[in-house]
Design a protein around this ligand. Structure first.
Ligand code: ADP
Ligand code: MG
Length: 347
């Protein structure tokens, strides 16, 4: 790359995940293809196919970084790796159609293990109505990696980017937040306890909900279909993979607007509350800065509020305001806290 200086070494951690992506994007300014309608920077890329857009997104899951096989069943891993990609297609208000799957396997894994992963991939393909149309299989020196590309289609007049929000829009979040992060804490504690005492019987029943949210996230295509039926096109949308605060920052930056969200409006499941308290974790921090909920964050025009207000799984959490008014979380007591770009970064 033209900016590389052979004598200089900058640690990856100095830039972080988003900094690295920005740097890559800045160094690739040229667009050679007229059909490249939207490139790096949204949940998925858009390719102009004349009457419609083709929507493409890719995500990689790496053992030891994104999952730990001591608590992640292989079927669930297969399902999750598809679901997180479908979630990015949903975030464009698009319909997923095909996936390709790349796997890197070491000789630690058996044929049966590969069958189990693909069993989960098959379940996800059935759930989301997509076809597996290709991929690549290679060896790895140790860990397991799965990289999936999802391909979908979007109508040109209903595709939704991160950049379309404007002052006065209502901010909505689907489902509930923070559970996947609390589920991860449960699983990590169980792993540590099992290491200390391999004879122990794990007692996970009271954590079924949060553990399920961590192991088996469900992309919210159901909400996309509901919005479609109601004729509601969000002004901006993305999926919540890195925690609500980080995603609000993305919408704010890319739409050039401020945000105001209310702590008492955050959708947090009662069980998440109870489990978080037991782990001495703050459920609001789990919702704002945890990760992997794979819910949708979107903005709508005020005029559309009547249409969505009865959807049980869509919650209004705040509103878009002018950029000068800032990006704020308003606490239950009415205190205003500026949002921090504290993403869920693996680096
Ligand atoms: P998401 O969390 O929605 O999957 P990411 O934060 O992973 O999105 O990526 C943000 C944007 O940066 C996306 O448009 C993605 O395609 C792009 N991107 C991420 N990594 C790279 C890379 N190594 N090279 C080019 N583009 C990248
Ligand atoms: Mg995304």
């Amino acid at each position: 790359m033209s900016t590389a200086d052979n004598n200089k070494r900058t640690e990856l951690g100095a830039l972080g995940e988003f900094g690295i992506i920005d740097r890559i994007a800045e160094n690739f300014k040229t667009h050679k293809q007229a059909s490249t309608a939207l490139g790096i920077g949204d949940d998925a890329a858009l390719i102009d196919c004349g009457d419609f857009y083709q929507v493409i997104s890719t995500d990689m899951l790496v053992e030891g970084i994104h999952f730990d096989l001591s608590y992640m069943p292989l079927q669930h891993l297969g399902f999750k790796s598809v679901s997180v990609n479908i979630s990015d297609i949903a975030a464009m208000n698009a319909i997923p159609k095909q996936i390709t799957v790349n796997v890197a396997l070491s000789n630690r894994f058996s044929v049966e293990a590969v069958d189990a992963i693909y069993d989960g991939i098959q379940k996800a393909c059935d759930t989301f109505g997509v076809d597996l149309v290709g991929g690549d299989t290679t060896s790895s020196p140790g860990g397991l990696m799965i990289s999936i590309t999802a391909i979908g289609t979007a109508e040109k007049d209903t595709v939704v980017k991160r950049s379309g929000a404007s002052s006065g829009d209502i901010i909505c979040a689907t489902g509930d937040l923070g559970a996947a992060y609390i589920g991860l804490q449960v699983l990590m504690r169980e792993k540590a306890e099992f290491k200390a005492n391999p004879n122990m019987q794990p007692k996970l029943e009271q954590y079924d909900y949060v553990v399920g949210r961590q192991l088996r996230p469900m992309a919210r295509m159901d909400v996309i279909h509901e919005l479609g039926k109601l004729g509601v096109v969000p002004t901006a949308m993305m999926d919540i993979s890195d925690g609500l605060a980080s995603e609000l920052m993305h919408i704010s930056k890319q739409s050039n607007v401020g945000v105001n969200v209310f702590e008492d409006k955050l959708p947090i499941h009662q069980i998440t509350y109870e489990n978080a308290v037991e782990f001495q974790l703050d459920p609001v921090i789990a919702a704002m800065n945890g990760g992997e909920d794979y819910e949708l964050l979107f903005c709508i025009k005020q005029d559309d509020y009547e249409k969505i207000k009865n959807l049980p799984d869509v919650h209004t959490i705040g509103y878009i305001q002018d950029l000068e008014k800032g990006r704020n979380l308003v606490s239950k007591q009415g205190n205003v806290y500026p949002l921090k770009a504290q993403g869920f970064t693996h680096m």
